[in-house]
Structures are given as C-alpha cells and as structure tokens.
Design a binder for this molecule. Structure first.
Ligand SMILES: [Zn+2]
Length: 281
C-alpha cells in the first residue's frame, strides 16, 4: 500500500513519450477533514486534485497552477491549486440545500490558470462534459498544445491518484507503435491498482518490457497560502462603507478562509489601516 504523497515523472527511451503518476493520500484527506463534502463531490474533487498535481510539473518557476471546473448546475465550482513547491489545496461550491443524490455535474468549462510570481498570467479554457475531468484534460492538450495525452484519474473518497501519458512534439522516433502500445497497457490499470500500488510496482507491472527512465519524485502536501494580509486585501474589495456597516453592527469583522477554515478577525483600527487614503497626514 503506497503512503507517500508524490508526483513521479518517467519517460520511455527511444520514444517521444513521457508520463507521470501521482498519489494523494494525506494531502487529499487534509482537504476533506476541513469540509463535509458529500461523497460525489469529494470523489470529483480528488480527481481534480490529482489532475492539478500532474500538471504542476509544468511549473518550472515560482508560482501557482489552478484548475477550476465551472458549472451551471447545483454543483457550481470545483477548484484545486498547486504551487511550485508541491503545496496543494482545493475547494468545492455547491447547493448545500440539495440532497446529495440530486447533485450533478452539468456540462461546463475547465479553466487552467498559471500564475508566475513574476511575469504574465496564462489562462486556458476547454469544455467539460458530465464532470469528466480526464477527458477535458485530453481535449485541452489536443486543442491548445497539439499534444496527444491520456489521463486516468481515480479517487475512492480516501485517496486520489492520477496517471498521465503524453506524446511530445515530433522528435524523430523509430518506435512508431509506441504510443498505441503504451496507452493500451496503461488502460489496463484497474482503479484499485492505481490507488493502492506503489509507483515502482505499477510501472513494473505495466512496462517491464519497456526501456523506462524514472526521475526523482516530488513530494506533495496540503498547504494553504492564506494569511491575514491576503484576506485584508480581499476585504478592501468590499469597500469602506460596507466594512464600516459591519463594524457598527458586530464590532469586528470575522472571516474564515474558504480553503482551510482558518479564522481571522479584524477590529476597527485594523480596518481603518486598510484605507490609508481616508486618513491623510
Ligand atoms: Zn487558508
């Protein structure tokens, strides 16, 4: 039984094909224990976290990658984020007054946002049907990057895992059958195998006849980037008058981070300091 939260990259010699496997155990459960999501939401969110972990290998700089599933129905948003340091967090928004059996994933959009700490933000959008994140990811890479990709995303409500194969742009290769062969082998993985087997065991089981190169794994963990200054910045968006009204009614402003439920309070003096232009010297 694997227990490490990791992202493992690998590639196949003499081909232009690379792959990744991720396992999310503690990091996934750290998200779940902060919320009481119905199983259907928790499972979908686990798959989205696994997809985010797989894509995070594209963060070659300090910054953040966010995957959002934006839907029109009673499940409106699923969001998962990864930093370049392998820090993950995730959240879901849905109509909590609806019975869990009624919750459904309407057709909507999958939005990929990459935000370097320095430099230009990138955003890509593709359609998503019936909550099928793996298919939407494949469509995205096909349309936006012209890269053939296959994604397998699994979650059982306790652990999440992802497997990706990607064909890099046209290096000359003598092994013309490699893509069909390697993706066919990958498609034989059962859900429990992907969730439970160590990466080494899984790769050996699938690809022991291939020349496979395995790289240094990257550790992943749950971490929330919220802080009092960040929430203060969000508060200022509400405007002084709105905050002033709350202060008059409640004496202080209390906010909880949506991702980690960390509680923050602001008294009148702290709110006044957020609007220095109101107090010219
Ligand atoms: Zn937080």
């Amino acid at each position: 039984m694997n227990s490490a939260d990791q992202l493992q990259r690998f590639s196949f010699d003499q081909t232009d094909i690379r792959g990744e496997i991720t396992h999310l155990n503690a990091s996934y459960r750290d998200v779940l224990k902060r919320h009481s999501y119905p199983t259907v939401i928790a499972v979908e969110l686990g798959q989205l976290m696994a997809a985010t972990a797989l894509l995070s290998s594209n963060l070659k700089f300090a910054g953040r990658l966010t995957l959002q599933v934006r839907l029109p129905g009673n499940v409106s948003l699923l969001q998962a984020e990864s930093s370049d340091k392998g820090e993950l967090r995730a959240i879901a928004r849905y109509d909590e007054s609806v019975d869990a059996e009624q919750l459904s994933f309407e057709d909507g959009q999958l939005v990929i946002t990459i935000e370097p700490e320095k430099g230009q933000k990138y955003q890509g959008i593709t359609g998503i049907e019936g909550g099928n994140i793996a298919k939407a990811m494949e469509d995205y890479f096909e349309q936006s990057e012209q890269l053939a990709s296959r994604f397998w995303l699994e979650c059982d409500g306790q652990n999440a895992a992802g497997f990706m194969l990607q064909k890099m742009p046209a290096a000359e290769t003598s092994d013309v059958d490699a893509w069909d062969r390697l993706t066919h082998l990958a498609s034989t993985i059962k859900q429990q195998e992907l969730l439970e087997l160590n990466t080494d065991v899984l790769l050996h089981r699938l690809y022991h006849e291939e020349q496979i190169r395995v790289y240094e794994p990257k550790d992943l963990k749950f971490f929330c980037t919220c802080s009092k200054p960040r929430l203060a910045t969000a508060l200022t968006q509400l405007g002084y008058d709105e905050l002033d009204t709350i202060l008059k009614e409640a004496g202080k402003i209390e906010v909880s981070c949506e991702f980690c439920q960390q509680h923050y309070a602001f008294d009148r003096q702290q709110v006044e300091e957020l609007f220095p232009q109101r107090h010219p010297h």
